[in-house]
Ligand binder design. Structure first.
Ligand code: HAM
Length: 424
């Protein structure tokens, strides 16, 4: 038999990496709870039609698509937003607004694998449905800020923009929506020449080119410059004003926005308003991103519902924590090896192990039937804190031997006092 490897772009997460994932997920869940987001768990496999509606060409071309045995066209979810929008038009249709939903899990995209880019990766996802107010956009950015802060990341920063600036210019110059999408797709990849080549209107081309070089000495000044630049384009001007308001709300609430990018576009097609991404200086890939999408729920047959959301890339955050050598603030629980001296003492030893576990103490029971010296040597290697040695002589007196594996001290402890001793 050949030895098997994982499928290209998919990884096993072992040891420290698995610990980092669990840590990040627990912080995301904590953030969800702090901001009032209810967790929902949706299927990994969804109808192809749902996942491809409004996600955009870029995502559509990278989906893992197949027919199930019932000949249905399905795909592995490339993100959560479509599934959450589906929920909003079905099971959660009558929920009062605002509706705040949180999800975490694996998503799948046929991206070219490289550092921080995989075909199976994890996201923590937040969606806020029912508000078109700038406070809602601000909340999504602020909760991302809280998550980055609580994870212990240093010097992270936000890039922010508004898709309505580019769309406003293109619409007014008569560029149809399909072409707009294609232009934005290329602008997201910074392929500006190809993007502008798609625009027939010379005026629109010149306007977009101008956006690329527009820059103020601060994010606020950049937004003001955008507003002045698009003064003759009412929709684009409205977008700049909206961006200005969101920017003011988040920066005054202590969120580090490093730059406003006038020509900022994101890979997904459904955005209609403010968009953002978060970075650390050491890595040039986004740790998370999101934005406003006011039309998606209608596309899925729901009532018009404004919405804003974001997703954080857990694999990339793990990479960021590793790059910054961040110590993970995980709880250090005591770990105990329970070792019966003879086979005849297994039942008594198991009872003791179960008592520990019921009290929340981690126990690794001796399941290899090894001699005491070997079992102790192994407990050392596994960095256990204590070995609890269950022997006949001590047991007759209702006691066991406890060995502190760090100090090497050994004492006989009554079984009733065991927990007290280990937890002290
Ligand atoms: P996205 O920007 O496509 O947005 O993905 C969010 C995050 O997922 C990225 O910032 C990145 O950290 C991570 N990510 C994306 N692709 C990969 C990959 N191939 N390997 C590892 N990590 C990756 C969305 O998915 C939207 N659904 C966010 C959203 C929610 N917008 C509104 N609501």
């Amino acid at each position: 038999m050949p030895t098997f490897q994982t499928v290209r772009g998919m990884r096993d997460l072992l040891g420290e990496e698995a610990v980092a994932f669990t840590f990040i997920i627990s912080k995301a869940r904590e953030t969800a709870s702090l901001y009032g987001y209810k967790e929902v768990i949706t299927p990994v496999v969804e109808p192809l039609e749902l996942l491809s509606a409004k996600s955009g060409e870029e995502i559509r071309q990278r989906m893992f698509i197949f027919k199930d045995l019932g000949e249905r066209s399905v795909a592995l979810r490339p993100e959560f937003t479509a599934s959450i929008a589906r929920l909003t038009t079905t099971a959660l249709k009558n929920e009062p607004k605002p509706l705040r939903l949180f999800s975490v899990g694996s998503v799948y995209r046929y991206d070219e694998p490289q550092r921080g880019r995989y075909r199976e990766f994890w996201q923590s996802n937040f969606e806020l449905m029912g508000s078109s107010k700038p406070e809602a956009d601000a909340e999504i950015i602020l909760l991302t800020n809280s998550l980055m802060q609580n994870l212990g990341l240093q010097g992270y920063t936000f890039k922010i923009g508004h898709i309505g600036v580019i769309r406003g210019i293109l619409s007014q110059e008569g560029v149809d929506e399909k072409t707009q999408n294609a232009v934005l797709q290329r602008m997201d990849k910074k392929e500006y020449d190809e993007a502008f080549r798609l625009v027939q209107s010379e005026k629109a081309r010149i306007m977009l080119q101008g956006l690329l070089t527009l820059k103020g000495s601060s994010p606020q000044e950049t937004v003001e410059k955008i507003g002045a630049y698009v003064a003759d384009y009412p929709k684009a001007k409205g977008a700049a004003e909206n961006l200005n308001e969101v920017l003011r709300l988040v920066t005054e609430s202590g969120c580090p926005v490093e730059f406003v990018e006038p020509a900022f576009a994101r890979g997904l097609e459904y955005y209609t308003g403010v968009i953002f991404e978060v970075y650390i200086h050491e890595l040039d890939i986004a740790l998370g991103g999101g934005g406003r999408y006011d039309k998606l729920i209608e596309v899925f047959g729901g009532d018009p519902t404004p919405a804003v959301g974001c997703a954080h890339g857990i694999d990339r955050i793990a990479l960021a924590l590793q790059t910054q050598k961040t110590a993970l603030a995980t709880k250090q629980e005591k770990k105990v090896a329970v070792l019966p001296i003879t086979e005849a003492l297994r039942v008594e030893a198991l009872k003791i192990a179960q008592q520990f576990r019921a009290a929340g103490v981690t126990v690794e029971f001796e399941v290899m039937g090894r001699k005491m010296a070997k079992a102790l040597e192994d407990a050392d290697k596994r960095k256990m804190d204590y070995a609890v040695i269950v022997g006949e002589r001590e047991l007759k007196e209702g006691a066991v031997v406890v060995k502190d594996l760090a100090s090497r001290e050994q004492s006989t402890v009554p079984i009733q006092k065991l927990l007290e001793k280990i937890k002290s």
